[in-house]
Every structure is written in C-alpha cells, then in structure tokens.
Design a protein around this ligand. Structure first.
Ligand code: TRP
Length: 453
C-alpha cells in the first residue's frame, strides 16, 4: 500500500468502509422525503431530468474533487482549505470556504433533525397501529396533528439530536459502519417492495408518467435552481462533509470508481422512492404538490392497507431514521473534527458544543410549522428560508468554489496524482467538467434566477 500516513483523526478500515459511510451520508431524508416532495411541487418529469443532469455533470465531478481535497491533507475541511491554498500561495480568502461549510452543516442539521424527528414519531405511530385501514384524510389528520404540536416536535427533535451526538462522540467509524452495512441494503429492498405495492394501486402508470415524462413548460427558473441545489444536497457535497470523509480515505483507493458507485446508489434510491410514492398519491386523490408532508401522507396509506403492513410500516420508518442518522453525523463531523484538532477538545466535548447549537437552532424550524407559521421572511417560513439558503444557495456556492479551487488553483500534477489517473481520458473529462462545465452551470443558473439571463 502506498502513502499509509495517518491523519490525526484516523482512517477508514477499507474502501468498503468509506463507501458505506459516504453512501450513508448521501442516502437519507433527501432521497426519500425531499426528492419526492420537491418533484411534486415542481411538476415532475422535466424537474427530474434537470436533477439527473446536475448529478452527472456537476455533482459527480465536484464529489470527486471534494474527496480528493480532503484526502490530500487528511485534515478537517477548515484546515484542508488553509493548507491547500497556502501550499500554492493562493489568496487567503480561500480560508473562508471551510468555514462556510461548517455553518451550512449547522443550518442544515437544525432542520434535518426536526424532519428526522417526524420519521421517528412515525415509528411509534406505525407500532401503535395508527395507520390501520386508514383513508387518506385520516392519515393527513395524523400528520397535521403532529406538526401542530411544538411539544411533540421538540421531543422527537431532541431525541434525534441526542442520538446523532452520541454516535459522533464515539467516532464515525465504530457503530455506524456496522449499522449502515446492514440497514442500507434492507432499506433498498423495502423500497423495491413498496414499488411493487404501488403497482397494485391502479395508478402506477400515472405515477410513472408524472415522474418520467418531461413537460418543460412546467419548469421555472426557481425549479432549475431547486433541482441543482438538490443534486448537491442529496450527494452531501458543497459543505465539507464528503471532504472530511475523504480525509479518512486510504491513499490507494480509486476516487472516481468509488464516487460513481455512491452517486449511482443515491440516485437509484431517490427514483425508487418516487416510483413508490407517486402512484399512491394519484390512487388516493392526493396532491403531488402537498409539500414536506408528502411521504407522511402517502406511505402510511400503503402500510395501513397492505398485508403485513403493520410490521412493514415499523421497519420502514426505523430504516428511514437510520438513513437519516447516517446522514446527520456527516453534517456535524466537519465542525467536530475542527474542534478536536484545533480547540483541544475531546470528541465528546466537541459533540456537546456543536450538537447544542444545532439543537437550539432547530426550534426555529419546529415553530415555523405551528406557532410561527405566519412569520415570513422574504416570503418564506423559517424552515423554507433555511432550506432555500442552504440547499439552493450555500451548497451550490460552496460547490462552485470547490470546483474552481480543484480545477484552477490546485496544481495539475497534484490532482492527477490524488485521483490516481494521470493523463488518461477520464482525467481529461473530469478536468473539463470541473474547470468549465460545473462552475459555468452553477453560475448560469444563478444568473437565470436573478433574472439576468
Ligand atoms: N445527503 C443527505 C440526504 O440526502 C443529507 C446530507 C448529509 C447533506 N450530509 C450533507 C446535505 C452535507 C448537504 C451537505 O439526506
């Protein structure tokens, strides 16, 4: 094995461990909760195509770049950006990139944890048989009741944050590696079974048509931005999460192959979720544009009416919570790694600090569904604002900067060496994507949204 030097914060035990952790980070609420509801809000097929293009042309090259930057320095994202920009004598402003990532991580986790709390609450609802023989309006009532109650939301959010903090305190390698190894494949199988159920609803064709037949007249500038933002969100890129995971990656692992595998799995999970959900939406006369409650208002109908649905419902929501956990730990790991490596804290203290800040921030999202639902900033509730600010702005801006840094600032021989494909065609394709295509695409989408283009 070449280059076995250890970073301060250790190394994955194998390529497979990294794949599990990075897939765990990528596959989460973004795939199962967010992708279907934003697809529903943005008119279906055309939105899905833009999203897929963004994953391929922007997401994958940037994910490779991020992994590579982290692995080169074997440090947390803040120090990675400092070390790498000083190495080539680049502008000091590059130092801020790591910081923006840490802040984005806090902001995302603050609402991610609230939604993961919904999923946790649904484990209990499934267990107590609340979905049994329920129709669409009863299921909607359950959901509306949950989000109207600040106390319940605070309880579940707190529980989820505690779980996240205790896993991260022990180190991302232990525990999560084992859990994800078993849970990810199970989640995948469950989704396939749900798709099979969706085929029996009588609206399968209509669901698939919605998902895969593009109608470009439904696409607005903001939909394109949302699709692009979601490509970043779902792959966990643009804020340092993949960078910090890359920093634990052994030197002899092929970054490109690994990234393709992760992105492919992530995309399949999202598409399967869509194929399970939209037929149920149409069969039950629901609105595709129902918003963030979409999966909570559709899947329980399936569980309540299918044979074995009780057990199936429990298992599904348990797995959704685990998928969310393996993502949430990557949202706070950059901050924790930085605190441990710079502030003389142990992992436990670092987790308590960063976890408490996120936990408090989460109250903004909780109240935006009930007592503060009338409070609008830039025409958005606090939850909507946080989501827009992070997924649609901070991640694409972070990703843009990572692309420019990896493509233009970093020395060519360094990226060639780190990606392990000197002067091959694949390297050249990556180079074109990272230098021109990805940054230009992000820039053009922004110009379009502000109305210049
Ligand atoms: N990708 C995860 C999901 O789809 C969420 C996530 C985890 C994330 N880490 C991230 C998003 C870092 C952006 C950046 O659910």
């Amino acid at each position: 094995m070449t280059g076995t030097e250890k970073s301060d914060h250790g190394q994955w035990s194998s390529r497979f461990a990294f794949i599990l952790a990075a897939t765990g980070s990528a596959v989460g609420l973004g795939n199962i909760w967010k992708f279907p509801y934003i697809t529903g809000e943005n008119g279906g097929g055309a939105f899905v195509i833009v999203y897929l293009l963004c994953v391929l042309l922007i997401g994958i090259p940037i994910m490779m770049a991020e992994t590579m930057l982290g692995r080169r320095t074997r440090q947390n994202p803040i120090d990675t950006m400092i070390t790498l920009s000083d190495e080539v004598g680049a502008d000091k402003n590059w130092h801020y990139l790591g910081w923006m990532g840490v802040i984005a991580g806090f902001l995302i986790l603050s609402y991610y944890s609230v939604i993961a709390g919904w999923a946790s609450a649904y484990v209990l609802k499934a267990f107590t048989g609340s979905f049994f023989a329920a129709d669409a309006s009863e299921i909607k009532g359950l959901f509306d009741g949950l989000i109207a109650s600040p106390i319940q939301l605070i309880f579940w959010h707190s529980l989820f944050m505690l779980a996240t903090m205790s896993i991260v305190a022990r180190g991302v390698k232990t525990g999560i590696e084992k859990a994800v190894r078993f849970l990810m494949p199970s989640l995948f199988v469950m989704l396939i079974l749900l798709v099979a159920y969706a085929m029996t609803t009588g609206s399968y064709d209509q669901g698939l048509k919605f998902l895969f037949t593009p109608d470009f007249s439904k696409l607005t500038g903001d939909s394109v931005l949302t699709a692009m933002g979601h490509a970043f969100f779902t792959l966990s890129i643009g804020m340092g999460a993949i960078m910090v995971y890359g920093s634990y990656l052994p030197k002899d692992v092929s970054i490109s192959k690994t990234v393709f595998l992760i992105a492919g799995t992530d995309t399949s999970v999202a598409l399967l979720a869509g194929m399970a959900i939209f037929p149920i939406v149409f069969a039950s006369g629901l609105e595709p544009a129902a918003g963030p409650g979409l999966i909570f208002q559709t899947l329980p109908i399936a569980f309540g009416n299918m044979t074995g649905g009780w057990l199936f419902g429990i298992l599904f929501f348990v797995m959704l919570v685990f998928a969310a956990l393996s993502s949430s730990i990557s949202l706070i790991e950059p901050a924790v790694a930085w605190l441990v490596e710079n502030k003389d804290m142990n992992r436990k203290q670092a987790c308590i600090w960063s976890g408490s800040i996120t936990w408090l921030l989460g109250f903004g999202t909780i109240f935006s569904f009930n007592i503060w639902s009338g409070l609008k900033i830039f025409d958005r509730t606090i939850f909507q604002l946080l989501d827009y600010l992070t997924a649609n702005l901070m991640l694409p801006i972070g990703g843009f900067c990572i692309a420019v840094f990896a493509g233009w600032i970093m020395k060519r021989q360094h990226s060639e060496h780190e990606l392990g494909m000197p002067n091959t065609l694949s390297y050249q394709v990556w180079k074109v994507l990272i230098c021109y295509v990805a940054p230009a695409a992000v820039f053009l989408v922004f110009l379009h949204v502000v109305g210049v283009l």
